[in-house]
Structure formats: C-alpha cells, structure tokens
Design a protein around this ligand. Structure first.
Ligand SMILES: [Zn+2]
Ligand SMILES: [Zn+2]
Length: 284
C-alpha cells in the first residue's frame, strides 16, 4: 500500500521545479508558430500515449498487441515524462484497489486537491517496500526485460529526447528554432501533459455525475469538461465501473478521443482483442 509514504523524493521536487521553471521562464523568449504546432501535436501524442498505452493497455489490458506494436507503444509512452511503465501501472492498480479509501488511495482528493494532483509524487516508499509493491500489483511486468530496462534507464531517454528536439529545430531553421523546439516540444509540453493527465487523478474524483454504482468509497465522476481536456479520461465513473473496457465513454455523446485512437489501431489491424462492449445501463 502506498499509504505508508515515508520519505520525501528530492529528485521529484527538483524535476518538477526544473520543468515548470524553464517552461514558464523561456516560453515568451522562444515563442514561434512552429513551436506552437509542435506543442499541440506532441501534447496529443504523449497524453494519449499515457491514456491509451500506460492506462488502457498496460494497466487494464483492454486490448492486445503483438511484440513490435507493444515495443513501439511502450517506447513512446515512456517518453511522456510520467515515469517508467512499471511504477505508473503499479500506482494506478493501487488506486483502483483502494479508490478514495482514507490512508490507502495513493492520490485521493480527500487528502487535498493539490496532493491528489501532484504533491503525492513528492513522497516515496523505501526501495524494498516499493519493490514488493511492484511485485504484488504488477508481477508480469516485473519479469518483462524491456519494462525493467526502461525503469533503469528512464532519465537517459528523456535527456536524449531533449537533445533530439533541439537538433530537429536547429536543423530546420537554426539555433533560435532549435531552442523553440526544445522549449515547446519538450519543457512546455511536458508541463502541459503533466497537468492534463494529473487532472484525471484530482478533478475526476471531485467533479462529475456518479451514474454507476462502484465498489467501496470510490467517488469518481463523469465530467464532459474533463473528458474534453483529457482525451476522454473524464468519463472516470464509467472507467471505475468497468476498468478493463477500452472505452471510457459508453454513450454516443461521451466524447472519448483515446478510444477513437484505439478504434483506428484496431481497424488497421495493429492491435486485437479489443474489449469495448458497452456494459448494461445503470439500474434506475
Ligand atoms: Zn480513479
Ligand atoms: Zn484505470
């Protein structure tokens, strides 16, 4: 259980400060139209790598993929800035098991909005307890050599990605554009991806309608506004009701962009065995 967070993670606090600081301080100086386009495209790509790959695929197994597609999807999602897959999946499974239970849910807004939004990540478990938790919640992933390799090399991938953004912009139109690509494609984008996806932990457990009955103390809700911001994850009550469903939006008006991506990949035969059967309507 993650309720026994014991230590402060200075590394997390440093990374949060670094990304927010550089993104906000340099955004005006290095603004460019190309940088903005890059921001919009990479924001969509990396947000949905979290919602589709980390969340609906790795955590809840709502569809299957062959080894090459799995490798591509996991590699992209690992670059979203949300931690390596093993830790993400473990925490999220812990959240589903203990949704909004006092002292047990790793990020319930009952402990405060900002705690559930971001500050819960500034605490960490001792290494041996963390290893046990990963083995308990994610036994298969613990044995996956590529997944454990990503955990060990996580930061290297992000430093390489930052260089790649700079050099792509520089190659395209010189040093100023390189800096614009670095700021908007890496720093500002990471900050926005964070706050977009963090809103699922904070906002959807405060706002929205509670259409379905779910287990325990869970008070997740369905919110159109949050769904529009978070590529469909705002239909969070639906998701807690039927977590292994590839859809979060069950009804025609419940816009769910992440499911559209899953549907496209299914139609292109890139993935298979998609569990997208809409559950029975709630009892009246
Ligand atoms: Zn939740
Ligand atoms: Zn989930």
């Amino acid at each position: 259980m993650l309720n026994s967070y014991k230590k402060t993670s200075l590394v997390t606090i440093f990374i949060f400060t670094l990304i927010h600081g550089i993104a906000l301080l340099a955004a005006y100086r290095y603004f460019s139209l190309e940088g903005m386009v890059l921001l919009v495209v990479t924001h969509a790509l990396f947000c949905m790598s979290i919602t589709v790959v980390y969340h609906r695929y790795l955590t809840h197994a709502s569809f299957k993929a062959g080894p090459i597609m799995r490798f591509i999807m996991v590699t992209v999602a690992n670059l979203a800035g949300e931690g390596a897959p093993l830790g993400w999946v473990t925490v999220h499974r812990d959240h589903h098991l203990h949704s909004d239970e006092p002292g047990k849910d790793p990020h319930t807004p009952d402990d405060g909005f900002w705690w559930s939004h971001m500050f819960w990540m500034t605490r960490r478990l001792p290494k041996d307890e963390w290893t046990l938790l990963c083995r308990h919640h994610s036994p298969k992933l613990c044995k996956d050599r590529y997944i454990t390799f990503l955990s060990k090399t996580y930061i290297v991938w992000h430093i390489a990605a930052a260089f790649l953004f700079y050099w792509a912009g520089r190659f395209y139109a010189g040093h100023e554009m390189g800096m614009s690509f670095l700021i908007y494609g890496f720093f500002f984008r990471t900050m926005l991806v964070w706050h977009t996806t963090w809103l699922i932990n904070s906002g959807t457990h405060i706002f929205g309608s509670r259409t379905y009955n779910t287990k325990g103390k869970d008070h997740s809700g369905n919110s159109l506004i949050i769904a529009l911001i978070t590529y469909g994850e705002g239909w969070h009550r639906n998701h807690h009701y039927d977590p292994t469903n590839a859809r979060a939006g069950f009804l025609w008006y419940q816009i769910d962009m992440s499911y559209w991506v899953i549907l496209c990949m299914k139609k292109m035969h890139l993935i298979y065995d998609v569990n997208d059967k809409i559950p029975a309507p709630p009892e009246s």
